[in-house]
Design a protein around this ligand. Structure first.
Ligand code: HEM
Length: 509
C-alpha cells in the first residue's frame, strides 16, 4: 500500500494566493482555526482543564475523549470556507460558534506524551518550562500572588468563541445562550475524564463606531501579521469601519517591498506562527502543524490610568484636559487608532493606519521609544540598530476583554492571547528583552510605558510635538499580571488519532 503523498508546502512563502489554496488544503484541514485568520470574536469562553490522571487506567479514556472531541474542533479550512467567496477571501467575521483545544507542557506529560518530542526545537524552552517557571525572565510576580486558579497546574485549555452579533441576524442574547449551551455540553461530556478548574468569560468591547477596543478605550488589533497576499483582497476587519475601506485600499494599492522599507510591510509567512506538530510531523511534505499559544490574564486599572493621564497632561502641557494627547504618548496611538508619529491629533483619516514607520521620528520627538506600540514593533528601528529581522519576533494577537465596562467596581482587563511558532523567540523576547529592557535600541529609553516594569521606566516625555523638549512624569502601574500559561494548539490530525499515536510513547498500554 502506498503512503498518501501530500504536496510540498513552502511555509516560508510570503503571502498565500487564492490559486494556491488547493496546495494548502491538507494543512488547513488539520490546522485549528483563529490562528492565521481572526474569528473576530464577540464572546469567548476559556475553560481551563485538569485531566483525571490520578487513576492511570483512565489514561486511555481521556485520550479517547480527546479523539472524540477533536471532531468538534474548528479548522482553518472551515474558517476559510466561511469567509471566502468567488471574489477572494473576504476578511469578514465567521458567524456561529467555534472551538479550539490546547495542551500545556504539563498536559502532554500527564498524557504520557514526552516533551522530548519538542526537542528538535531546542530554543523552545519557555513552553516546556511553563509560565510559572519563567517569572524571573519576565518580571512577573511570584506565583503565590497570581489568582488562585492559575497557581495550580493546568493541563489543557478549551476555547469556545462566537462571532460578533452586529453583522448577523442572530441577536446578542441568543448568541449568549448558544454559547452557554455549548459550554454546558462540553462540561457535561468532560465528566469522569477531566475537571474544569477555572473559567474565564471574554467579550469584545466596541467604541461608538463599532470598532473593537480594549478597556482603556483604544482601538485594538489594528496591527497583526497578514498571511495572505493583496491579490486575495483581504481586508482586515481592523481596517474596516468608519474610514476602513479607505485605509485598506491605500494599504494595498502598493505592494510593500520589504527591501525598500518604504512602508511597514505587515505580511508574514506561515513560518511566523506555525510549528510542526512534533508527534506526527515527519518531513516537509507532512501537513500537520500547530502553533504555540500564550495566555496571560492582565488586569487593567482604568480609573488609575485616566486619572494619571490627566495629571500627565497637566504636567506636560499645563492643561489636564489634554489627557488624550498624554494617553497617545503612552500607547503610541490615539484612542481612535491614529499613530502619534503621523499626527499630533486624532484624525478619522488615520484611525486604522498601519502602513507607517518611525524613520521621520528617529529621535522619538513625536512617538517616544517607550510608547507601547513603538516598543512592541519598532518597524525597522531594531533592524537598523541590531541588524536583526524584527519579523522573527512577530506575534499574532487574538486577545479579548473581561469584566463589565459599565460596572466601575468590577475587576476588568485583557485576556491576552497570542500565537507564534516559538514562545522564546517571540512572546518571551518581546516581554523580556523589548518591553522590560531599559536600553532597548536607545540608551536609557526605559521600559514599555504600558506593560514594562516600573523600576526602569523612562519618565521623560516630549511636551512639544516634534521637538527635542522633554518634561518628567513618572507613570503609575495600570496593568497587573494575574496568571497565565503557555499552550500548544496541536494539529487536528494528531488529536483525532491521539490513541494510536500515543501508543508508541505511553506507558499506559
Ligand atoms: C492590558 C495590556 C495591553 C493593552 C491594553 C494593550 C493595548 C494595545 C493597543 C491599544 C495596541 C494598538 C492597536 C494595534 O496596533 O493593534 C497594541 C498593539 C500591540 N501590542 Fe499591546 N496591549 C497590551 C498587552 C500587550 C502584551 C502583553 C504584548 C506582548 C508582549 C503586546 C503586544 C502588542 C503588539 C505586538 C502590538 C502591535 C504593535 C504594532 O505592530 O504597531 N501587548 N496593544
Amino acid at each position: 500500500m502506498h503512503a498518501v503523498q501530500y504536496p510540498h508546502v513552502n511555509i516560508r512563502q510570503l503571502g498565500i494566493q487564492q490559486k494556491q489554496l488547493p496546495i494548502y488544503r491538507s494543512l488547513f484541514n488539520n490546522l485549528q482555526s483563529n490562528i492565521i485568520l481572526p474569528h473576530d470574536d464577540h464572546l469567548t469562553t476559556l475553560l481551563f482543564i485538569r485531566f483525571n490522571t490520578e487513576d492511570k487506567t483512565l489514561l486511555i479514556a481521556i485520550k479517547a475523549w480527546i479523539q472524540q472531541f477533536a471532531t468538534r474542533i474548528s479548522s482553518t479550512a472551515q474558517q476559510l470556507g466561511k469567509c471566502s467567496s468567488k471574489r477572494g477571501i473576504k476578511h469578514k467575521h465567521t458567524s456561529g460558534l467555534y472551538i479550539n483545544f490546547f495542551l500545556s507542557a504539563v498536559g502532554y506529560e500527564r498524557l504520557s506524551l514526552p516533551l522530548s518530542a519538542f526537542d528538535s526545537r531546542p530554543k523552545e524552552k519557555g513552553f516546556e518550562k511553563g509560565m510559572k517557571k519563567t517569572i524571573q525572565e519576565l518580571y512577573d510576580p511570584e506565583v503565590s500572588q497570581w489568582e488562585s486558579p492559575f497557581q495550580q497546574e493546568i493541563d489543557a485549555l478549551i476555547l469556545v468563541g462566537s462571532g460578533p452579533f452586529q453583522e448577523s441576524a442572530i441577536k446578542r442574547s441568543t448568541r449568549k445562550k448558544l454559547l452557554a449551551t455549548e459550554v454546558a455540553s462540553i462540561k457535561r461530556c468532560l465528566k469522569g475524564v477531566a475537571k474544569v478548574v477555572h473559567q474565564e468569560n471574554g467579550e469584545t468591547l466596541y467604541n461608538d463606531e463599532q470598532q473593537a477596543i480594549e478597556h482603556f478605550g483604544f482601538r485594538d488589533n489594528i496591527s497583526n501579521p497578514d498571511f495572505f497576499s493583496p491579490s486575495l483582497k483581504l481586508i482586515p476587519s481592523s481596517m474596516t469601519g468608519q474610514n476602513g475601506e479607505v485605509a485598506a485600499a491605500k494599504a494595498y494599492s502598493v505592494l510593500p517591498n520589504r527591501a525598500q522599507h518604504e512602508d511597514w510591510d505587515h505580511r508574514a509567512s506561515l513560518r511566523t506562527v506555525l510549528a510542526p506538530d512534533p508527534f506526527v510531523y515527519k518531513d516537509e511534505t507532512t501537513p500537520y502543524y500547530g502553533s504555540f499559544l500564550v495566555f496571560r490574564k492582565l488586569e487593567q486599572d482604568v480609573d488609575a490610568f485616566n486619572e494619571d493621564m490627566r495629571a500627565m497632561a497637566l504636567k506636560l502641557f499645563g492643561d489636564a484636559d489634554q489627557h488624550e494627547k498624554a494617553a497617545a504618548l503612552v500607547m503610541g496611538r490615539f484612542r481612535n487608532g491614529t499613530p502619534i508619529t503621523l499626527s499630533d491629533k486624532a484624525t478619522n483619516a488615520l484611525s486604522g493606519e498601519n502602513d507607517f514607520h518611525y524613520m521621520k521620528d528617529t529621535a522619538g520627538n513625536r512617538c517616544p521609544f517607550h510608547a507601547h506600540i513603538r516598543r512592541m514593533n519598532p518597524r525597522g528601528d531594531a533592524e537598523k540598530e541590531y541588524g536583526l529581522s524584527e519579523y522573527y519576533h512577530y506575534i499574532v494577537r487574538r486577545s479579548t476583554s473581561y469584566g463589565k465596562i459599565e460596572d466601575e467596581k468590577a475587576p476588568k482587563g485583557m485576556l491576552f492571547l497570542c500565537y507564534q511558532s516559538n514562545v522564546n523567540k517571540q512572546f518571551m523576547e518581546l516581554q523580556q528583552k523589548w518591553a522590560n529592557h531599559q536600553n532597548f535600541i536607545h540608551r536609557d529609553s526605559g521600559t514599555d510605558a504600558l506593560i514594562g516594569n516600573r523600576e526602569n521606566a523612562n519618565s521623560k516625555w516630549p511636551d512639544k510635538y516634534d521637538s527635542p523638549s522633554r518634561k518628567h512624569f513618572q507613570l503609575k502601574e495600570y496593568v497587573r499580571f494575574r496568571g497565565g500559561e503557555y499552550f500548544f494548539a496541536p494539529s487536528i490530525y494528531f488529536l483525532k488519532n491521539i490513541v494510536r499515536i500515543s501508543q508508541q510513547y505511553s506507558k499506559d498500554t
